[in-house]
Design a protein around this ligand. Structure first.
Ligand SMILES: NC(=O)c1ccc[n+]([C@@H]2O[C@H](COP(=O)([O-])OP(=O)(O)OC[C@H]3O[C@@H](n4cnc5c(N)ncnc54)[C@H](O)[C@@H]3O)[C@@H](O)[C@H]2O)c1
Length: 461
């Protein structure tokens, strides 16, 4: 493989020429949920692309032509195409790959620790290596979600202190293009959602715009710098987290007032300036909760009370699993049953419908609280059949799952559950207690069935 020293990638015109000739070698570090579809998109555009990952099993799966993201439709076809035409493969050897690539994309995880402190250790580790490995004039693009200022105040310095003694803006360039896709819908989002581009200088912004224009048919929004682009990404997700907290609080009030929150929201959303969000058992996933804590982490250097609204929003959303269990206990009381003697069947554990993903899922907290109460727990989730999750062996079949259960809590609105009728549950379990946290069960059917029913955000059932 020819390295990039023979190319003058500093020159925008030459950079564009290399793109047109598919003569830019791309490396995507971190080929997980977001990085793999990203790498496949770059390879599909004609650019030779290599995925680098520390997960040796994942790399071996990819190199054995076994598409790993089964719940990400569309990319399986592209995967087969780019693996077959040798535009894409994977490696665990960052030191062999990076010096031979022109463009390095970072799609590394940016989770938080158990104290909700953002964890940028993967980015720091890789940046340290880049400082020893990057060839002159390489372009680094950070796609991971980070706090505004992390590139400017930390990442660049880490790369610059490496053995290569690189200088940002001179011997390498760096920018960001924060990823905004939705798991399960990445193919659609990559062809529709606008992308934000920010960099350390105007020329680098232009290069990244050209690069992404070559790969994605979407609007590219040029931002003033990296921190502004990262601020936009966080703002959109914190907005959602906060709005969900708002409707969650309304749902608690409307339960007491005897109002169906769904009816309120359906009517409210007809007004032009109301953007509807829905209540539920909590907010999970690798993005929303983490992004709110990233924003709070940014604010805390100035004042620990700054963004107190975001903090309260988090508290509200994190308290929802308790409310779900309270609804269950209330139903069990009506049935003269004790939670400590109950077997509770959870329908769905994914943090959102139609994905196989339990990162920060509210189901985990619900299970923890149920265990504290001494309840027995069964799980049926079409994406987690016959496997061990949260120390529980999951069920293989929904019909069978009802056997021995005396209560049912719907946590995730997977498509399979939309056809499920409360009357069907009542035919499987004698006088069950059913809690719907996503308001998907038909209220009339529930009223006419022999069961005790609670629906989050629905009062006076
Ligand atoms: N999943 C989402 O919904 C989503 C959406 C938008 C943005 N993001 C952001 O994208 C980034 C990636 O998230 P993801 O969901 O794809 O994460 P992921 O955990 O699915 O994938 C990350 C990959 O990086 C690899 N990795 C970890 N440390 C490494 C290292 N030192 N060297 C090489 N590889 C390493 C892991 O093995 C894994 O395969 C995060 O910043 C996340 O916040 C995620």
């Amino acid at each position: 493989m020819e390295n990039n020293t023979s190319k003058n990638l500093n020159d925008l015109g030459h950079f564009k020429q290399c793109l047109t000739n598919d003569d830019l070698k791309v490396c995507v570090i971190g080929v997980g949920r977001i990085g793999l579809p990203t790498a496949l998109s770059f390879a599909k555009s004609g650019l030779p692309t290599i995925g680098v990952d520390i997960n040796a099993d994942l790399v071996s799966k990819i190199n054995s032509n076994d598409y790993p993201l089964k719940d990400e439709p569309g990319y399986d076809v592209i995967f087969n195409e780019v693996v077959t035409n040798r535009k894409f493969h994977a490696s665990t050897k960052i030191e062999d790959i990076v010096p031979n690539c022109d463009v390095i994309l970072l799609s590394l995880p940016t989770p938080m620790d158990k104290n909700n402190v953002p964890d940028y250790s993967a980015l720091r580790t890789v940046a340290t290596k880049l400082g020893d490995l990057l060839e002159p004039h390489s372009l680094v693009v950070v796609e991971s979600t980070i706090e505004p200022g992390f590139v400017e105040n930390e990442l660049i310095q880490i790369i610059e202190t490496g053995k290569k003694q690189l200088i940002a803006g001179e011997s390498f360039s760096i920018g960001v293009c924060p990823e905004t896709a939705n798991p399960g819908e990445i193919m659609t989002d990559f062809t529709k959602l606008p992308r934000l581009v920010g960099a350390i200088d105007e020329k680098t912004t232009q290069k990244i715009m050209e690069l992404y224009k070559h790969v994605f048919p979407v609007e590219l929004i040029s931002m003033a710098n990296c921190k502004t682009a990262n601020a936009v990404k966080l703002t959109t997700n914190v907005f959602r987290d906060l709005n969900i907290a708002f409707v969650n609080q309304l749902a608690l009030l409307f339960e007491k007032l005897g109002i169906d929150t769904a009816q309120v929201l359906d009517a409210a959303k007809r007004k032009y300036n109301f953007q509807v969000h829905y209540p539920g058992p909590g907010v999970g996933g690798p993005c929303l909760p983490v992004n709110s804590y990233q924003m709070l982490n940014s604010a805390k250097q100035f004042d620990s009370n700054m963004l107190s609204l975001v903090k309260i929003g988090r508290e509200v959303n994190e308290s929802m699993p308790n409310h779900v269990v309270d609804l269950l206990i209330d139903g069990l009381n009506e049935a003269n049953k004790k939670i400590s003697n109950s077997t509770v069947l959870l329908l769905g554990i994914s943090y959102k419908p139609e994905v196989k993903d339990i990162q920060i899922t509210p189901a985990e907290k619900i299970i923890e609280i149920l265990k504290e109460h001494g309840a027995k727990i069964k799980i049926y989730d079409p994406f987690f059949k016959s496997t061990d999750v949260f120390d529980i062996k999951t069920e293989n079949n929904m019909e069978q799952a009802f056997v021995d259960a005396d209560s049912v809590v719907l946590v995730t609105a997977h498509k399979e559950f939309h056809d499920l009728k409360p009357s069907y549950i009542a035919s499987k379990i004698q006088m069950p207690v059913v809690v719907d946290t996503k308001r998907i069960f038909d209220l009339d059917d529930a009223r006419n069935s022999k069961l005790i029913f609670r629906s989050l955000g629905v009062g006076n059932f």
